[in-house]
Design a protein around this ligand. Structure first.
Ligand SMILES: NC(=O)c1ccc[n+]([C@@H]2O[C@H](COP(=O)([O-])OP(=O)(O)OC[C@H]3O[C@@H](n4cnc5c(N)ncnc54)[C@H](OP(=O)(O)O)[C@@H]3O)[C@@H](O)[C@H]2O)c1
Length: 347
């Protein structure tokens, strides 16, 4: 097999510092494993800037490898052709992996692919039967089902990432983007459903990026699932607050939740419907105030840490979400209809 030298140039954000060990950065060269192959990477700082909240450093990455071998592998992986139920998960993190598990149960024999930001978890993905690749890998295949469930936090161009994912969709099954219910413009603890008004562009960079990403998806004919706060036993707002002990936020702010497993089952139910260009809402229809959430945590006796309390007295309130329209149209119900049910303390 011939070896052809190649260069791929990508921009990576500060998250790469997790990926490349500090000594690799100082030597400005490292190697990375993906597609079952070791790639030599040369790192050259492009921009270094710091802000009060984060340090963002961009690197130009020059990757060289035996591209002939990689192409061979890519061809090999696709030699069986793309199956009618094959799924690409962009961002196979907590939610994406649950989607993979549930999808495989429903479609035994399907192939599941996962695109990530770094190669940090590729071994785990391979062990789960998910074929990993890095997000800038040139799309050599298109898939009938694509779910984009990577968070915006580590992306320099989130709508651009979503557009790239869209190019991997063959237009047949479904393309779903997991957005956030933070997009709904309601901060007085009032009621809101799928059709509620959204935060106007320009008010918040966080919602701007989500709205722009949603626009891209809808233009491609994909669907949007706006998710409320995701949680499971060891992840979610309650875990964050328990770790902090005391939180400088007002206790009466209403939050909306959905268990990770339910977010996965709802995503799959939407994917299977092959709907085009619609927006759905993912929540358990059981809004709770911050204080109520932590009271339930204490009542359950399931957590060893003790929460001291919320000390804030001002700031915006939240909203009470209802997704009856989504539930009815999709024919879906949550396994955990409330946080109290999940904790086993529902009355
Ligand atoms: N958490 C919440 O309360 C909440 C609320 C509303 C909506 N959501 C949305 O729900 C979805 C799932 O959340 P989650 O908690 O399951 O996420 P997560 O576990 O944090 O997802 C991490 C995964 O995404 C990959 N990733 C990160 N940025 C990427 C990018 N730009 N392109 C490709 N892959 C990327 C990571 O790659 P590496 O393996 O390299 O790290 C990893 O595989 C996200 O879309 C999130 O925005 C979350």
């Amino acid at each position: 097999m011939g070896t052809i030298s190649c260069t791929n140039t990508v921009s990576l954000n500060g998250a790469c510092t997790r990926f490349f060990a500090a000594d690799s950065l100082s030597s400005k060269a490292s190697s990375v494993f993906f597609n079952n192959r070791t790639w030599k990477l040369k790192l050259r700082p492009l921009v270094a800037s710091s802000s009060s909240s984060s340090m963002a450093t961009n690197f130009q990455v020059t990757a060289s490898s035996s591209i002939g071998a990689v192409k061979e592998e890519q061809k090999g992986a696709s030699s069986g052709g793309v199956g009618e139920n094959d799924l690409l998960i962009v961002g196979p993190g907590v939610l994406g992996r649950l989607v993979a598990e549930q999808w495989r149960q429903e479609h035994p024999g399907c192939q599941i692919y996962g695109q990530t930001m770094t190669a940090d978890h590729h071994d785990e993905l391979i062990n789960m039967g998910i074929t990993p690749s890095l997000k800038w890998t040139e799309a050599t295949q298109k898939f009938p089902y694509v779910i984009f469930c990577a968070p915006p936090s580590r992306s320099l161009d989130y709508p651009g990432d979503v557009r790239l994912a869209a190019l991997s969709w063959n237009g047949e099954g479904s393309f779903l983007f997991t957005s956030s219910s933070a997009i709904y413009d309601c901060s007085d603890n009032g009621a809101c459903d799928e059709d509620g008004p959204v935060v106007p562009i320009g008010r918040s960079p966080r919602t701007d990026v989500l709205l722009k990403a949603e626009k891209v998806i809808l233009e491609f004919g994909g669907c949007v699932l706006r998710l409320a706060g995701l949680y499971k036993a060891d992840r979610g707002a309650h875990v964050y607050w328990l770790q902090k002990g005391t939180v400088d936020s007002r206790p009466d702010h209403i939050l909306n939740l959905i268990h990770y497993e339910d977010a996965a089952s709802l995503s799959i139910a939407i994917l299977k419907k092959k709907i085009r260009g619609q927006i759905f809402l993912g929540c358990d229809n059981h809004p709770l105030s911050r204080q109520e959430i932590m009271d339930l945590v204490a009542k359950s006796g399931k957590f060893s840490k003790k929460f001291e309390g919320f000390t804030g007295t001002s700031g915006p309130l939240g909203k009470r979400l209802n997704n009856s329209k989504t539930q009815e149209e999709i024919g879906w119900e949550p396994k955990y209809p409330s946080f109290a049910h999940f904790l086993g303390v529902a009355e």
